[in-house]
Design a protein. Structure first.
Length: 467
């Protein structure tokens, strides 16, 4: 497991890697983690292992403008470390610097790799003053992903982005959610009284406080009548936000039960970032029975079902964000209906199903079929048959996960299945108003039923088995 981010640093990549490691352990697989070493001050809290997987720390350096995040520097010892572990497959989590080193090393060792596209690094760099490097970064990332046996993307927007860069072996693999940890039952009356002593509705953001998350837009909803803004998380933008949003409640970094209670106690969840490849925080809000207001961009087009589990707004538009939040604040019946639909939409999206789907991708790449896992030291791992992929679709009738190549989707149409051209689904979606939008299914990102509207719905009619 080669990851660009790991504990004690917490972000979407780290959270996904930890859940995958736990699932691999539960299924009887042996794993090793390689990650950039944390900052010297954080090394005393850095784990030596997680879920039984030893952690090997690669030399690293701080990212300019965001020193809390470390990136790996060239490490000549990596090929030898991989050779000694002797893996059957190399998992590249959000590959960039360390992932690039690993994919080249894996090819030299004749070991297949699966790359998980999870971070829009090019956009991330642009937000930190490196806009001129965006094209170069994409060329580099595309090269890394082309060298992998398969790339897994969490949303259709991410699939599109990879196809545009010439990455052809792409499949969609969504994200799971802990349905026990994030549940409406964790709503905390005492916390609500503490945060809203006057009975105000709680409008909240949960996530990293950083420029690329566009947290400056939170000011658009900070003074809505009858509400109080709650901000959960930490990051380099926190100090500036506390100055510009003096009446907001800043809860700082929360985890475990405190995070569960904070999310479930909200009345409306807002997200402001426009470069999300998925947005796990929004999915956790849905699992907690909280409607989501988010930009109609990136992975949030999949995560939020406009008019059913939440509302979209024009990306980067503070007035549009305010209007959509105000629409929910003023309509308690609509909020309640969306809260129920939000929880229902993730009912089949637990990490067990998502983890088994990932194992299916591993087996496809290894060519072992659906009946057996990879072997280490001559011992077969636990079996996970074709029916183990749960609500995420998993393996299709052809015995494997369908990849989406640049020449067209699995239904034979040109381009990505269900993705319209300019002025297509996303534009129609917003024009339909706060109550419109095509209803999608109850999977992790939702497979839309045929609605006759064309675009995504028609193109995916034959694709419910695909990842």
């Amino acid at each position: 497991m080669i990851t660009e981010s790991f504990l004690p640093h917490v972000d979407g990549v780290t959270n996904t890697v930890c859940r995958v490691l736990e699932h691999l352990r539960d299924r009887g697989h042996e794993t090793m983690v390689v990650a950039p070493a944390p900052a010297p001050a954080a090394r005393r809290t850095a784990p030596r292992a997680h879920a039984g997987a030893p952690v090997l720390w690669a030399p690293s350096a701080p990212m300019p403008g965001y020193p809390a995040f470390r990136f790996a520097v060239p490490w000549p010892a990596l090929p030898a470390a991989l050779r000694e572990f002797d893996p059957d497959i190399v998992h590249l989590a959000a590959p960039a610097g360390l992932g690039a080193q690993a994919v080249f090393a894996a090819r030299r060792l004749d070991v297949p790799s699966v790359a998980v596209y999870q971070t829009d690094i090019a956009a991330f760099a642009a937000r930190y003053g490196l806009a001129t490097a965006e094209r170069t970064i994409w060329r580099w990332l595309a090269t890394v992903h082309r060298l992998a046996a398969r790339t897994l993307a969490p949303s259709w927007d991410s699939v599109d982005a990879l196809l545009r860069q010439g990455v052809q072996r792409v499949a969609r693999w969504s994200r799971g959610v802990d349905l026990e940890r994030f549940d409406p039952g964790h709503r905390d009356a005492d916390l609500r009284r503490q945060l809203a002593p006057g009975g105000e509705l709680l409008v909240g953001y949960v996530g990293r406080l950083a420029r690329e998350k566009r947290v400056d837009l939170l000011g658009a909803v900070a003074d809505l009548p009858g509400t109080r803004l709650v901000v959960v998380g930490d990051g380099p933008s926190r100090l500036a936000l506390t100055r510009t949003l003096p009446d907001a409640a800043f809860l700082g970094f929360r985890s475990g039960r405190e995070l569960s209670a904070a999310v479930a106690s909200l009345d409306v969840f807002v997200h402001t970032g426009v470069h999300e490849t998925f947005c796990q925080a929004a999915q956790e809000a849905k699992a907690s029975g909280v409607p989501v207001v988010a930009p109609a961009a990136g992975g949030l087009l999949d995560v939020v079902e406009h008019g059913r589990t939440g509302l979209h707004y024009a990306p980067g538009d503070p007035a549009a964000l305010r209007a959509q939040v105000a629409a929910l604040v003023s309509d308690p019946q609509r909020r309640a209906t969306m809260a129920l639909a939000a929880r229902d939409s993730v009912a089949g999206c637990g990490w067990s199903a998502v983890g088994d789907e990932l194992l299916g991708h591993y087996r496809d790449v290894l060519g072992t079929g659906g009946g057996q896992t990879a072997r280490r030291g001559g011992q077969a791992g636990h079996r996970a048959g074709p029916g183990a992929h749960g609500a995420h679709g998993g393996r299709g009738a052809h015995g494997g996960h369908r990849e989406i190549g640049a020449r067209g989707g699995p239904d034979g149409r040109a381009g990505t299945p269900g993705r319209p051209g300019p002025g297509g689904w996303a534009a129609r979606h917003l024009q339909a108003g706060s109550g419109g939008g095509a209803r999608r299914g109850s999977g992790a990102a939702g497979w839309p039923p045929a609605t006759g509207a064309g675009g995504r719905d028609a193109a995916r009619r034959d694709d419910r088995r695909s990842p």
